[in-house]
Design a protein around this ligand. Structure first.
Ligand code: ADP
Length: 260
């Protein structure tokens, strides 16, 4: 059961008593647990055959093929990789639901991580004709789970590219605020409607714009971002205006380097 209570007051503010509400949430919790278990077992089942498909594709890539076959193989490879990325995301989401995220935290130079993530995002950004800019200190060392923070950056930067029209731009900024470090990604993209701002972080949520414009996605990226940031004891906030752009701001505790 969940319980909540509030005071009941008369027209001139006098106390009349208290209202107590009991709500049965066991069923709801059970339904969420069943969903997590289902997502987890389906993802595990999908992973094995997918790994085999990707392995065989890699072997085929080493062989000579007629030009037409080569192009088709690339399409298969690209889609199999997308599926593999989806399965990885689903496994992470299920892990968060089942027993929380386990972090492997160590001292990391966040400036270097941001540089590498932006470099990796450049080919897609160039293809989409979206300019990427970075504002970084030379070095910013703090204790985080590097792989997870890379996921945060990859999701935010790829969204900035994906949801920006041609000719748009995205700026990735990293700042040392003393007690915290702030990582923000600002884009000049399609923006997010006020009603959707809270909902974009929920699992499987996709905005109307994304669906109307057939922009590919799964609705898992920002949910993963918020889980990873929460596991680090940080916060993520969003400012957005439709037709103008969005800023996602991640704040993480600035932990001194291990061994200092
Ligand atoms: P996906 O991009 O796969 O749909 P996300 O969880 O990353 O999933 O994002 C959820 C939704 O939030 C998107 O479908 C889109 O509507 C909206 N969104 C996320 N990032 C941006 C952005 N930078 N600009 C505009 N809309 C965005």
């Amino acid at each position: 059961f969940s319980t909540s209570a509030r005071q009941v007051r008369g027209p001139s503010g006098e106390r009349l008593g208290a209202a107590l509400a009991y709500q049965e949430i066991t069923e709801l919790m059970r339904a969420i647990q069943v969903q997590d278990e289902f997502v987890s077992s389906v993802s595990h089942e999908l992973r094995t055959p997918l790994t085999s498909v990707l392995g065989h594709l890699e072997m085929l890539a080493d062989e000579e093929h007629p030009p037409g076959v080569e192009a088709q193989l690339r399409v298969v490879q690209r889609n199999a990789s997308r599926l593999a990325a989806l399965v990885t995301d689903l496994l992470l989401v299920a892990q968060v639901g089942e027993h929380g995220l386990r972090l492997q935290a160590r001292s990391v130079d966040l400036s270097a991580v941001v540089r590498e993530c932006v470099l990796a995002a450049r080919p897609d950004a160039d293809k989409a004709q979206v300019d990427l800019a970075v504002l970084l200190p030379d070095r910013l060392v703090t204790v985080v789970d590097e792989q997870r923070i890379r996921q945060v950056l990859d999701n935010l930067v790829s969204n900035a590219v994906k949801y920006s029209p041609e000719g748009g731009s995205a700026t990735i900024t990293l700042r040392d605020l003393g007690e915290t470090v702030e990582l923000s990604v600002t884009d000049t993209g399609i923006g997010i409607a006020p009603d959707d701002v809270e909902r974009v972080f929920t699992r499987f949520f996709r905005g109307g714009h994304a669906l109307d414009q057939h922009i590919p996605g799964t609705g898992l990226g920002l949910n993963i971002v918020s889980s990873i940031v929460a596991a680090h004891g940080g916060t993520v906030s969003l400012d957005s205006e439709v037709g103008v752009g969005s800023t996602f701001r991640v704040t993480l505790p600035h932990r001194p380097a291990a061994g200092d």
